[in-house]
Design a protein around this ligand. Structure first.
Ligand code: HPA
Ligand code: ZN
Length: 322
């Protein structure tokens, strides 16, 4: 089976986290930054665990210093995604890394990403949409300007609002006013939960943030009633198995709960998260799901239909992808 050419819908990527290490090294050189500490001898990103990953991620982001850098980043990311058969991708974008929450600057960064996305749509047949995320470990206060940027630029390229970053910082309720604002503005909602936090974090995220989609959500597997609640509610999980295995959120591909969640009727989709950080691609995710759980074309077709139905794009865009 040729998994690379299979058309794919990917809902969970972090734009800066898709930056190839060589791209970040090129920008570091241009800017005279010494980032040698964040790379292994073989050129891959170097970090010890999830918290250290977030530090290395933020260090890599210091090379991205203006809209033009995000234009180049978006182009490089979409070329790579398109080469793995991705036809529609959603990506988390953060005002914190794009002008520090200043609305005027944010608009300029967005315009640059949008320009690169429009070119990739035309030239490579891949459509990109953005989900504005606050960074949880920066705290609820820091989320206010970022959420404001999200609300003010909703529509067009920006399709939703959410939260990424260190999941064990605070509780979901601490961030509910940010999500309330975004919901009132009509934005579809995502939140990372249950990658590290277990069932209570998923439960509280549903209760307090009332999201449409959960990033990861795999911790729900330890609570059968919660799994049933996910299945009944139709909340879609953006599952990133390769990321979970690489970071040690699960022990192995064999023990990953994606199959059990799917069997229980939960809407599951497949994404890469931060592919070059986790040594993966969408092709590899499909290959591993085939090898581990025996998924074949009908399974991937179903997962892609689920993903497209849960995508935050408008219906006209959805129809052009289907
Ligand atoms: N998880 C949570 N926050 C993140 C990630 C991730 O994989 N990548 C960038 N921010
Ligand atoms: Zn993520």
């Amino acid at each position: 089976m040729n998994f690379q050419d299979m058309p794919k819908v990917e809902l969970h990527t972090h734009l800066e986290g898709c930056a190839p290490p060589e791209f970040i090294r090129m920008l570091a050189k241009e800017k005279g930054l010494d980032l040698s500490g964040i790379f292994n001898a073989d050129g891959t990103y170097a970090y010890r665990d999830f918290d250290h990953f977030l530090e290395v991620y933020e260090a890599a982001c210091t090379t991205l210093q203006g809209p033009q850098d995000f234009y180049r980043l978006t182009k490089a990311v979409l070329e790579e995604s398109a080469s793995h058969g991705v036809v529609y991708q959603e990506t988390f974008i953060s005002p914190d890394f794009c002008g520090g929450g200043d609305l005027g600057a944010w608009r300029e960064y967005l315009a640059a990403m949008e320009e690169a996305a429009a070119e990739a749509d035309r030239d490579l047949g891949i459509t990109l949409r953005g989900i504005v995320t606050v960074i949880r470990h920066f705290g609820p206060e820091a989320g206010k300007p970022a959420a404001h940027c999200g609300v003010e630029t909703f529509g067009g390229f920006v399709r939703g609002f959410g939260m990424a970053g260190g999941e064990m910082v605070g509780r979901p309720a601490d961030y509910s006013y940010l999500f309330d604002q975004a919901r009132e503005a009509g934005m579809p909602l995502h939140c990372h939960a249950g990658e590290w936090g277990g069932p209570s974090m998923v439960q509280e995220t549903l209760d307090h943030l009332k999201v449409d989609r959960i990033g990861h959500g795999i911790g729900a597997i330890d609570d059968p009633a919660l799994v049933q609640r996910l299945a009944d509610s139709g909340v879609t999980l953006e599952v990133c198995p390769g990321s979970n295995v690489f970071l040690g959120a699960v022990d192995s591909w064999e023990s990953h709960p994606i199959q059990k969640l799917r069997d229980a009727g939960v809407k599951v989709t497949v994404s890469t998260d931060d592919p070059p950080f986790f040594g993966t691609t969408m092709t590899r995710e499909y290959e591993m799901l085939n090898k581990t759980f025996g998924w074949t074309k009908p399974d991937f077709d179903e997962v892609n239909r689920t993903a497209l139905a849960a995508a935050f794009c408008d219906d006209a865009t959805r129809q052009t992808i289907a």
